[in-house]
Design a protein around this ligand. Sequence first.
Ligand code: THU
Length: 138
Amino acid sequence: MTGPGGPAERELEQRARAAQSKAYAPYSKFNVGAAVRMSGQIFEGANVEIASYPLCVCAERNAIAAAVIAGARNLEAVAVCTSVSPPSSPCGACRQVLLEFASDPKAVTVVAINPAGERRSWTLAELIPDGFSGKELP
Ligand code: THU
């Protein structure tokens, strides 16, 4: 885990907090907000659940989708807000999706927060070490 960051990181955390309030999670009641900084801009996502459970989409992946359709491609930092203690980290599927847009996973900070003010952070490389990426494809 890495230590807490500066004002830019706090802004990203604030956006993840705001996004959490937009979650649609009537089945799990586990509301998640995410904010990603990509190509210098911040994009928000929240989890969206569907009665056919496998169709649920995580907050992180919805944030990435918002960034991609806005033309941003380079992942710089991630914040995820849940209401549990300790703050929960991104699921495995989301780690793979985040990796897709990280040119240097060691330089991408992922911070998990909750409304109680707890914070955990890692680099993306720590969360998905030796991950599969497009570089492996012939
Ligand atoms: N969820 C996320 O949004 N992000 C994660 O990294 C973990 C799980 C969502 C999916 C589902 O809507 C709810 O949390 C419970 O798993």
